[in-house]
Design a protein around this ligand. Structure first.
Ligand code: SAM
Length: 209
């Protein structure tokens, strides 16, 4: 399996794990200066563990939507270049600020990802990657609204939580609706269910149309 530069595999406690270099954030195991990227706690980590083509790598600029306390975005900022992290809940954003204190490429923004006009003056245009894990209703719409920040050859890396869209519908029906809606602004390159790590989640890799 080919991993992005900056992400490696190491045996930790007898198990092969993904690791990145950087300061620990969430009590994750470490080996020397490397810390485990737990696929069970990170949809993007699960995408890497499933060998999806994410395009992560050094110098890639990133807009990350739904940063929470920084579990996943800390790995992203340690691997990639300039990383904007949008989160709308004040409590996790406080933790995110501590995560960013030791990471000069990570910029937390206390903003609502459904309203990109509120951070368009701060976030650079033509970014390489839009990573989204907001687990809220209207996940495809959020990705469409934030498409404006992506370069023409940029990539969307999206985790869709079925239950956030509709608690009663079958996840596959929800995913079909999301795929259809996304195709208004994106060409879908790869989609995979993440159930091995995250129940009823779909991962999508797409590029802007
Ligand atoms: N991506 C995180 C990680 O792996 O470390 C976990 C994210 S959690 C599943 C979803 C997060 O999205 C929550 O912290 C929630 O507050 C945030 N969120 C939901 N809707 C949002 C919105 N409209 N704008 C910004 N953040 C939002």
């Amino acid at each position: 399996m080919s991993l992005p530069d900056g992400v490696e595999r190491r045996t930790v406690d007898g198990r092969s794990r993904l690791v990145t270099r950087g300061e620990p954030v969430y009590g994750e195991p470490t080996v020397g200066e490397w810390r485990v990227w737990d696929a069970g706690r990170s949809k993007l980590g699960a995408m890497l563990a499933l060998d999806m083509e994410t395009g992560l790598g050094p110098a890639q600029s990133v807009l990350y939507l739904g940063a929470a306390s920084g579990t996943t975005v800390s790995h992203v900022a340690d691997v990639c270049g300039l990383t904007y992290a949008v989160e709308f809940a004040p409590r996790p954003t406080r933790d995110l600020l501590s995560v960013a204190a030791s990471r000069e490429r990570l910029f937390p923004l206390l903003k609502d990802a459904r309203r990109p006009e509120t951070y368009a003056h701060v976030v650079e245009a033509d970014l390489d990657l839009l990573v989204q894990d907001v687990a809220t209703r209207g996940q495809a719409d959020v990705a469409l609204r934030n498409r404006q920040f992506l370069a023409d050859d940029g990539r969307l890396l999206l985790a869709v939580k079925a239950r956030s869209e509709d608690v009663t519908a079958a996840p596959e029906d929800v995913f079909e609706r999301v795929r259809e809606r996304l195709s208004d602004g994106y060409e879908l390159l790869e989609t995979r269910r993440l159930d091995r790590y995250h129940a009823d989640h779909l991962a999508v890799v797409a590029r802007p149309r």
